[in-house]
Ligand binder design. Structure first.
Ligand code: APR
Length: 242
């Protein structure tokens, strides 16, 4: 932990890649852990854009369950520690796979959302934009005034990612000399490629997770445990350095 703190303190450009694991302590299930979302909903029936197009009402039932966990969730100590690292000028940006808005609610400013955000939605027919507060979820799927189906601005498997987010994510990755990889199995591309690219560029990879991930083999430091406990301790170590 101390060595990782020293590496972060002396770094030129630190970025972070986060996944669902950073939000489990806020009460939001992740995807691939024991009680993750994909243990409850078949990824092939609910995770792909084709499934949404074929039966939007059915997939919206899963989305409503996700949204209800988001709306009660508050940022946890991990989100706040990262927001403080950004304020201290240590962390230059967060690339997140999460759609729960918790990094922003914790005060982080430079947040790149690779998979979108649940708070904004679009009509698939007339492209009218909605905020989550404007959408009536008592009838599924929610319909636009033009009678089109409203879809959250989140990325399903089989969809292209928001181009500006991808460009910014690769830019931050190519500029960093330290990448914190927090709470992600790194099972999904292109997010999973980012630590590998950073490593190839000579960056130091610091992984915070509760178990091995698909990029653990390239991690220079593995801080195993809960992000909500490890990140505040890591921040403290950094603050206590001479
Ligand atoms: N602290 C640290 N790590 C944690 C914690 C925690 N409190 N809770 C869970 N984890 C770890 C899990 O052990 C797992 O390795 O976080 C990781 C979460 O992995 P996934 O559930 O696969 O989530 P993620 O990596 O974000 O998934 C990527 O897959 O289904 C798609 O679009 C979805 O963005 C998602 C993408």
């Amino acid at each position: 932990m101390k060595e990782a703190a020293e590496r972060i303190k002396e770094a030129r450009f630190v970025v972070a890649l986060t996944g669902a694991g950073i939000s489990t302590e806020s009460g939001i299930p992740d995807f691939r852990s024991k009680n993750g979302l994909w243990s409850k909903y078949d990824i092939n029936e609910y995770g792909y854009i084709d499934s949404f197009l074929k039966n939007p009402g059915k997939v919206w039932k899963m989305i409503v369950e996700m949204i209800s966990s988001f709306s009660h969730a508050k940022p946890n100590a991990a989100h706040y520690a990262m927001a403080e690292m950004e304020k201290m000028g240590i962390l230059k940006g967060i690339i997140t796979q999460n759609i729960d808005n918790l990094h922003q609610e914790a005060g982080s400013k430079n947040v790149i959302e690779l998979h979108g955000n649940y708070r904004s939605l679009t009509c698939m027919k007339c492209k009218r934009k909605y905020s989550i507060e404007e959408v009536n979820l008592s009838e599924l799927p929610p319909l636009c005034s033009c009678n089109g189906v409203i879809k959250p601005d989140i990325v399903f498997f089989g969809e292209t990612l928001p181009m500006n987010a991808v460009i910014k994510a690769f830019d931050l990755t190519n500029r960093c000399d330290v990448m914190l990889v927090i709470g992600t199995s790194c099972a999904v591309s292109p997010a999973a490629e980012l630590p590998l690219i950073a490593k190839q560029n000579g960056a130091t990879i610091i992984e915070i997770n509760m178990e091995e991930s698909m990029i653990s083999h390239v991690a220079d430091y593995q801080l195993m445990g809960k992000a909500g406990e490890i990140l505040p301790r890591l921040l403290n170590e950094i603050k206590n350095l001479p």
